[in-house]
Ligand binder design. Structure first.
Ligand code: GLA
Length: 383
């Protein structure tokens, strides 16, 4: 990838790159839609990701180019920026906007990005490009932020610059991910453990539904708002700052305060999903993969029926998996509304799985899914 970036950089900018960076995408093993409720999540970085080559240009402009998109931009160095239309470069531009609050960026930069995370697939291509930009500026200009500050900065960009009220899981996972490890992250305290992700005789398969994600952002923000409503209503009797402070037992004592049936369904998912992550972390550490798989299916069911963020494409993948013996657990991963599912697939069954799932999916959905077997990779770094 470095050789290709160098060649393209030279061709486009007529000078050599000065430095290269990489940030992965992520899958979430379990713990969905609870990061913004102070819950426990279990993501890991994948080996797909975003690469960035950069060099100074001394022309007081930032040039954004990507090998994945037609659109490019040349933007003058200013003290601050606002979102500029819908272009992909808003993600790194938002990072400049954040950094400029504390530092001057001297001289201007030429930037070339490339990536292999399918866009809109729920594997965090946006967190990946945000964090690669933040990591690169911090490293190249020696700005002195630590990794967590970069993560928080990237989240602010997603929330305030882009307008998605997401939690911290994606940015955290792509920054802190470790090869062969899952992160058990408490989104309330931001304390985490990188735990061995020993899948024994299983591999992690990623299935991209290839469904274009329409309206995903507005529906995501709607779910965040519904959780906020649940929290406010529960707070009439108890003092909570996040839904996931409640255990299922305690929730049952106070859930009558939630007046709207839909909001009650959302809150029920959140509380139970948080419990499942605790159980899943234990199961993984004890090598109880069948139990881990069972929890994955239960998580999907809840996202489908209570949180209503799945869809016919994701359900078709998970339904197939449930009837296919070499898979012991499957679920949607990420925000949902299309995007990817993951499955624990017995090693050696990859070809058979791909063939049978593709046929099953095509018959019902009308086009093929994308199927990958993924390694768990490292977080953001210079390369
Ligand atoms: C998206 C968001 C995350 C998280 C997941 C759902 O990926 O960016 O913060 O909420 O959806 O778990």
């Amino acid at each position: 990838m470095k050789a290709e970036l160098t060649k393209e950089f030279l061709e486009h900018y007529k000078h050599e790159p000065a430095q290269y960076y990489f940030t992965p995408g992520r899958v979430n093993l379990i713990g969905e839609h609870i990061d913004y409720n102070g819950g426990l999540v279990m993501p890991c970085a994948v080996t797909l990701g975003t690469w960035l080559a950069l060099a100074p240009n001394n022309e007081n402009v930032i040039r954004f180019k990507s090998l994945n998109f037609e659109e490019e931009a040349t933007i003058e160095l200013k003290d601050s920026y606002v979102k500029d239309g819908k272009g992909w470069y808003n993600y790194p531009l938002g990072i400049f906007n954040e950094i400029l609050k504390d530092h001057k960026i001297p001289g201007g930069l030429d930037l070339l990005f490339t990536g292999n995370i399918p866009i809109g697939s729920g594997l965090s291509s946006s967190a990946s490009i945000e964090v690669v930009m933040a990591y690169a500026l911090n490293d190249y200009f020696n700005l002195g932020y630590d990794r967590l500050q970069l993560v928080l900065m990237a989240k602010r960009v997603e929330n305030d610059f882009i307008g998605l009220n997401s939690g911290i899981m994606d940015q955290f996972a792509v920054a802190f991910g470790e090869s062969h490890k899952a992160l058990v992250l408490d989104c309330d305290t931001l304390k985490y453990k990188a735990v061995d992700c020993n899948l024994g005789e299983y591999n992690l398969a990623i299935i991209n539904t290839n469904k274009p994600r329409k309206l995903a952002e507005s529906k995501y923000n709607e779910r965040v708002a519904e959780c906020q409503t649940a929290l406010e209503q529960l707070n009439q009797e108890i003092k909570l700052h996040a839904l996931c402070e409640l255990t299922a037992e305690k929730f049952a004592l106070h859930s009558h305060l939630i007046t709207d049936e839909t909001v009650l369904k959302r809150a029920t998912h959140v509380i139970k999903e948080n419990d499942r992550v605790h159980l899943a972390a234990k199961a993984l550490s004890e090598g109880e993969l069948n139990e881990f798989g069972r929890l994955m299916y239960a998580s999907h069911q809840s996202l489908r029926e209570l949180y209503e963020v799945s869809g016919v494409e994701l359900d078709t993948v998970v339904d197939f998996c449930a009837g296919y013996e070499p898979v012991i657990g499957a679920r949607m991963t990420g925000a949902g509304f299309g995007g990817c599912a993951i499955a624990l697939l017995r090693k050696g069954q990859e070809e058979d799985f791909a063939k049978k799932l593709t046929q099953y999916y095509e018959e019902r959905i009308g086009y093929a899914p994308g199927i990958y077997v993924s390694e768990i990779g490292n977080g953001a770094s210079a390369i």
